[in-house]
Design a protein around this ligand. Sequence first.
Ligand SMILES: [Zn+2]
Length: 470
Amino acid sequence: MDWSTRGNGCSANFSLRYIMQYSNYYTVMADGTIKQINPFTDNEVWSVPGRAGKPSSNGPSPAPRLLLPGEETSFCAFCPDHLFETPPEKSRLFKNPDGSFQRVDHLPPTEMEHNRIDHASMTDHAPWLFRRVPNLFEIVTVEYWKKNYNYFLAPQNLAWKEMYLADDAGLRHVHEILRYKLRSSGVSEERMETIPESELLAMSDAFFGGGHELIIAAPHFTAGATDVSELFSSGDMTPEEHYHYIRFTIEAMKDIFASNRYIRYISVFQNWLAPAGASVEHLHKQLVGIDDWGASIRHQVDMLRQDPNIFNELGVNLAGMQNLIFAENEHAIAYAGIGHRHPTIEIFSKSYSSRPYEHSDEEVRSISDLIHACHAASGSHISSNEEWYYTPVDAVYQMPWHVLIKWRINTSAGFEGGTSIYINPVAPLELRDRVVTNLHRLRSEGKLSHSIRIAQECEIRPNPLRYYLQ
Ligand SMILES: [Zn+2]
């Protein structure tokens, strides 16, 4: 397949300074070994010829067991039949019979099961598409915020807590979830009986005002699945459904910021399948509010202070010069990343805005279309991490909103430990080719947004990201 993007004439516009540096980041040796340095992390990564055949193929695991009747909606605690096995629900997203979408917040517990709409969407497994719930086992706990910042629930969350606990079904739900959490933490039944009610209800602040949340998709399995390997993934959604997945997640970000003024950054990510760290193989995203940016963001902000255009120069422009850009649309662009420990797709928003919740609907739809296409092209059997990066709420240097999709198909071993040189089994050009082949197939099957330009259709103009102009 000839889909080269060479000869687009854009190189003359690149800064000479960076063109001279580009070879420092990406070197092809005579034997085909590709030595890479990630410009933003300084990771040293080699892709060695012959190791590309090692990753597992994009096919089902051997001999998965058949699904039992009813299991498609009750397989795990995130499934639609187990609404009360997660802490109290904050929001859910419905699709109305007329095709519009509707978010409902703080549904009373007694209406949780009854609030059904005849016209199911996404699959026939549930009347809703997504739920937003607290993570029962927080990374950053509500106690952290209380003890370190004297945090207390915002008025709107306190009112919701009082409403929920005033309902018998709500109070019973909270008690049961707390007992499960305590039991999982090794607290004995005898000890639980001695915990005063006031203490239990204070613990439940984690559910009504905590900063670690989940966005759970309704289906566990694909429509018509017959065995347990046929999991529903991001790429199984329609582009429209995926847009609402991203939109719903962004709305959760806004609410977390509004609920806790001490949060400086919200880490947003999706761990898909166990090798990527997913403890539950039911599609979900996570949001974790933190009082820090983390070393990675701090380092990138430092680079932005030196050169506000760095994400064009050493991100998209560098990828363009190495012919790694494989998809683009009006407001976003995607390419195979350089210098990652795992094969990594990078998707950047081109918007002037640099935070997800400052993007217009049209801009969100563009980046969502590319994220969706890249997940679909990866395939549901590839384990992956989806990670969001954007300008922290309190940063004055603009960083473009970008999303990395890392294929977790290889693990570091002794060589990496001893040398700090990481072996990525799939070279960026090979990753690009695999994705492009699948994008063409998916498009022919009518599964991608029409907005997407693939491979040689991409414009690949220099400096396509506009964040630095804000
Ligand atoms: Zn499930």
